[in-house]
Design a protein around this ligand. Sequence first.
Ligand code: ADE
Length: 451
Amino acid sequence: MVSNKMVEQKGNILMKRYEIGKLLGQGSFAKVYHGRNVKNSQSVAIKVIDKEKILKSELMDQIRREISVMNLVRHPCIVQLYEVMATKSKIYFVLEYVKGGELFNKIRRGRLKEEVARKYFQQLISAIDFCHSRGVYHRDLKPENLLLDENRNLKISDFGLSAFAECKRQDGLLHTTCGTPAYVAPEVINRKGYDGAKADVWACGVILYVLLAGYLPFQDKNVMNMYKKICRAELKWPSWFPSDVRKLLRRILDPNPTTRISVSEIMENPWFRVGLDSDLLNKTIPTEDVIPVHMDSTSDHFTKNTNEEKQAAENLTSLNAFDIISLSSGFDLSGMFEDDNSKEEPKFTSTNTVVTITKKLEDVAKSLQLKFLKKSGGLLKMEGSKPGRKGVMSINAEIFQITPNFHLVEFTKTNGDTLEYQKVKQEMRPALKDIVWAWQGELPQPLNEQL
Ligand code: ADE
């Protein structure tokens, strides 16, 4: 169990692991600081979220989504999430530190040369293609969310507003209005429901225009007039825009999402392909290259993995997009299934290690007179002692790793009476409170109770 002392932020050292440095950026709920790993001096960015503010504003689901999304999208052009920590009042995201600052700062100094703008656009499209292939849409693409590393390569940050199918209705379209007006697609403005992929394509078009022109394509002091210009896709071309760029941008900034060019079509475009790094389109970061750096290079017991824990972690099943969609109550897919009983299946997240979670489940199972069995692949089984009307009640508990110290535990009834299962579920909830960060659909309980 992690002691209170481990998670306190002493001076400017966070959990004895990261020295917090200067402020890099600030939003309404979060501040981003430079951080340094005290063990190996590696620079990180630490995004600090004030829990009180988000608990009040129902943003908790968004935070959960951010954790899940960032873990799904490992790509050299996407800022990587290393780990998540929490104290009583704050959530800390430890992120890859991107040294070169915002791409936006470059444009402030003027427009970019065609080759430079194309390189960033190629990296942007490659990362977007990678996200879309995993069912993830950014939905808030703008130059402020595009950072540059020390080699002037682009990194997309801030998946805070990205979503899977959370707002998808029967028509399969998204229904929340997100994003900054200047980069928002006409169908998002019109609140007709939109395809997240096509809305991202639109934003990429606005970004390409800004990189090449040095100013926005649709601008007006009056927001309503700006919306009108966006919806009509009223474009004016600077004299220096080459004709092949104009042709491509016309296809991207098509107000009709159904005829708008797709990401794969952009990748076939002749202007896009000039000087394209062929590696770029197949680049992903192998998981084994990422995780050990942050597990092996640390020695305190908050993240240090014992052999037992390493073995347990290896046994874990990794989450697929579908599991992650169902992690958050915001991702309610029940309408998509006629015979849905997924609401019956409880899930919780935990900031404890696999070993601690397993031990607790074992203790609780025993206290409820259930047999406890460890199966392969990280699967745990709990079984009743006597057969009921429908045989012996059997529950599977599966632990999924989201980050090295953030796990999802999911229960499923595999046999037996529903009534008996309901009773066990009711008794299990309070018994597990020491290791639960949040039950699905509920706000996290105060962390001081668990740490
Ligand atoms: N500002 C916001 N996120 C950042 C990051 N990951 N690295 C550097 N600066 C940032």
